[in-house]
Design a protein around this ligand. Structure first.
Ligand SMILES: [Fe+2]
Ligand SMILES: [Fe+2]
Length: 472
């Protein structure tokens, strides 16, 4: 739109003046549409009916003055450029008109010379109004985009908190208000959440993120009452990597985690039954798997493994000798030393165990840990002679736990050798066979407990001796 194709309303009570103005403008803007009013009431009526873009408004009208008409035009929605025409000596009125929203004014002189300048004033007034329209359009686009973003954020399946770098909260979506039990009218700044259980966690994660310019996300898990939540904190960046805010996304994973735990519990029960099946064939090693689990778990906790990883280690510990199910019971329980061929058969239990477990989907490297539990760091272990880092951490812990329980327990061909012998063995293989960190922690645990700490009641020496005597 431009003044050449605009609708121009000329409101002037003097018909001669009106005609002069229209003719002058028509000459400059031949494509524009002209409508005429001779008083204020007619002007307002045409304004609502014809929606002109420009109004040339004489100050002195028969029924009302131009300022009154201007005020009523300004009170209506939309953008109309009003050009007030005043008489000489009415400059004060012109100033008032500008304050009340007139785009410009022209002073009518007695010789009507202003007519020559009228088209230029119209063009300038139109430009001014056009700039206002563009500004309003841009603001409207921002408002629409903000509303759209809010709608999307409100409908997200995660609770979202948008925080400015200074800690003031810009927006909480519906789920965030529900999950956190807070309202944005009460909480305007993170410091207002001081008593909320999640406040400390938000603060820690935000600091982590803001202290490292390269970090794109910090994720943590948090137990809040009955709920297990994951909290993801990520930066909202504008161009040139300028941080404008921080997005905190919270998901309630209680149901998923509970189902996962139930699944693991079912696996656990199956695993325990399998381990018992092996032990039933060899009463001399009854309780060995659970002792290995006790030792391995204590070591893993001491080196700060998380509980999920420890659960995988427990499963591998329970199952580590499962492959013995394929070894004749007569070899397992032989009270004398085994022949080289029988020893080779016994060694096959690692590979057998792997074959039994490899197709079961555990969320942990259970089959691999079982496969590797007789591997040692220098490559002299079996079955594959793996070296150093080729042996997974789970297998390194199981290996040490296995040695500790095997040396201290009775065997068909010998009594238990005592904890000192076990310590001696671990020191002998320190760094060559056994992982030094694992050995250090195992020895520290023995020292703290003042000796063996892993024998459960059902596997105590007395119990085993009673069992052996009973069989004899
Ligand atoms: Fe074994
Ligand atoms: Fe074992």
């Amino acid at each position: 739109m431009n003044p050449f194709s605009a609708t121009i309303l000329v409101c002037e009570d003097d018909p001669d003046h009106r005609m002069l103005m229209v003719e002058a403008l028509q000459e400059q803007f031949p494509s524009a549409r002209f409508i005429e009013a001779e008083n204020g009431a007619e002007c307002l009526e045409l304004l609502s009916r014809e929606s002109p873009h420009i109004v040339i408004l004489d100050y002195r009208l028969g029924d009302m003055d131009g300022i009154e008409v201007l005020e009523r035009i300004a009170a209506q929605p939309g953008h109309v450029a009003v050009l007030l025409v005043t008489s000489q000596g009415d400059e004060q009125i012109a100033v008032e008109a500008m304050k009340k929203g007139a785009a410009d004014y022209v002073v009518k002189d007695s010789r009507m010379a202003f007519i020559d300048h009228l088209p230029i004033s119209v063009q300038q007034a139109f430009r001014r109004i056009q700039a206002e329209i563009e500004k309003e359009d841009a603001l409207e686009k921002v408002r629409v985009s903000e509303a759209l973003n809010r709608t999307i954020i409100d409908q997200m399946m995660e609770a979202i908190v948008f925080v400015k770098p200074d800690g003031s909260i810009l927006h909480l979506n519906k789920l965030a208000r529900l999950l956190l039990g807070i309202d944005q009218s009460e909480i305007r700044h993170l410091s207002d959440m001081r008593d909320h259980p999640l406040a400390g966690e938000f603060e820690i994660r935000m600091k982590e993120l803001m202290n490292d310019a390269n970090m794109r996300m910090v994720e943590s898990e948090f137990i809040c009452g009955e709920m297990i939540l994951t909290i993801r904190v990520s930066p909202a960046m504008r161009e040139h990597d300028q941080l404008v805010g921080i997005i905190i996304a919270i998901s309630d994973i209680t149901k998923t985690r509970r189902e996962e735990m139930e699944r693991l519990e079912a696996i656990n029960r199956t695993v325990f039954a399998l381990a018992k099946a092996v032990e039933l064939r060899d009463p001399y090693t009854a309780g060995h798997a659970s002792n290995v689990v006790t030792i391995a778990t204590a070591i893993a906790r001491r080196i700060n493994w998380d509980e999920k990883r420890i659960l995988g280690l427990k499963l591998a510990g329970e199952l580590h000798d499962i492959g013995k199910i394929a070894i004749p019971a007569e070899i397992l329980t032989r009270p004398t030393q085994l022949s080289p061929i029988e020893r080779a058969m016994l060694k096959e239990h690692t590979e057998n165990g792997y074959k039994i477990l490899k197709d079961i989907h555990f969320p942990f490297p259970v089959a691999e840990a079982v496969y590797q539990h007789h591997e040692v760091l220098d490559g002299s272990g079996y079955p594959r002679g793996l070296i150093g880092d080729q042996i997974i951490p789970e297998a390194r812990i199981l290996c040490v736990a296995d040695v500790l329980d095997a040396i201290t327990s009775h065997r068909p061909y010998r009594p238990g050798l005592g904890v000192d012998k076990a310590i001696e063995q671990l020191r002998k293989g320190y760094g060559t066979w056994y992982d030094p960190e694992v050995v250090d922690n195992a020895l520290a645990l023995i020292e703290e407990a003042g000796g063996v700490f892993w024998l459960s009641d059902s596997t105590s020496y007395d119990y085993r001796l009673r069992e052996i005597r009973h069989e004899n």
